[in-house]
Design a protein. Sequence first.
Length: 508
Amino acid sequence: MPPAARDTTSAKYLALTAALLGWLFDGFEMGLFPVISRPALIELLRLDPASPDEKLILFWNSLINCSFLVGAATGGVLFGWLGDKLGRVRAMSLSILTYALGSGVGGFATDAWQMVPIRFLAALGMGGEWSLGVALVMEIWQGQSRALLAGLIGAAANLGYLLVALLSLSLGALKAWFLSIGLTQSWVEWRLLMVCGALPAVLVFFIRIFVPESGRWEEEREKGRTSGWRAADLFAVAVGVAVCAGLLLFWIQVEDMWPRVAALVVALVLVSLAYLYPIWRYLHRQGEDAATRRHILGTMVLGALLSGVPLLATWGAVQWAPLWANQLGTEAVRQAAAAPETTPEQVAALKESTRTNKEFAQMASALGATIGCVIGAAFAGWAGRRIAYVLLCLTSLASVLWFYRGHTEFGTAFLAAVFAAGFFSAAFYGWLPLYLPELFPTRVRATGQGFSFNFGRILAAVGVLQVPVLMGSPPNYPQACSSLAFIYLLGVVVIWLAPETRGKPLPE
């Protein structure tokens, strides 16, 4: 597409449409496992469906989620690197193909351990698409309507969560028909939903044919500023992934708390250095002075902290809402079955009515999150980035505590509370795509915001690994999730180390 065409209204909307669809399927990937994890793990771990080992399910759930978060962090660095070297559009196409492949393959898993690399692969592409889409849209729109665009970015991802729940309900409603045509129970319960995650591969053809490249990136290429990226530097990222894999294996083998804590600290330092190394080498080759290098790398670390706070709270607290809803339904059925006045028919009816608890919990959370992203970004555009972040931390903490500490059964009040928790906690995902691009110059924007947002997932992975420890046995979701929510208080402090960017143009 010639340079002049990139400035047309149609080109802008084509780029925005492609990015929104990409983020929609990003959300689908993130929302997929909370819905299908329980039936999938019961089958893959070969547990008794009538009385499964809840502690084992929780452990593998945390391990797989941790792998997913590490994959997203790695994808943010890898595809951010590709986006700054090869262009936003080509790298975004590759990232979408990666997560579509990762999701589709998951439908054919035969053991629980296979889900660890499969979810890592899916997250690899998902993490890359987020940073590339943000960079592409913000650059093609040239800073116009930044708050609105950021809100749409976050809203699109959360609509993906809603899509998972709706599709799961639809497949459940057609269960008898699927069984009649020869599909097994496992295909109806979870495998088919995972295979549907491969559909975004079709989006790649639309992107490659119609979506324009970022004019700002092409200007940087013409100046020779994209040639400083070297594939050899990515060896350090591979080392970082190996460290994360070693940590997960260590976590499986060692149950003592203090060795685990020591391993976490060492791994976090090593992975940080490994993921920052390619960026440091690029800046050095470009002849950036030491002060500039320190500033850009320091900004990335600060961005990772600002992203890590809401990500840790989301994955350590809010993401467990569907499983808690399922647990409450199971407990209600157990109590009804133990009551002498309850007939078997009533127990069967109650069991059927609670079967969809997890889907309705995810729908309520996703609806709240979709609205929250738009309002959160708009509020940050009006009030300023720092004050908005502080208020989001405080309201998110309050809403998560109310949800987990104020409810003991599934119902209308439960759904209202999870809607509120989704609204406030997900508003950060409108704030982050607004703020992070404002911190970095064009030549490192995709890499910088990709590292900042997705390395925050490494911090979140650390929190997710603690969930089984905090929950105890049997799993106590309110105890563990409300405890992790206090990470928001750290965000209230950290944000004051960051610059206020309201009213300023994107840095060149």
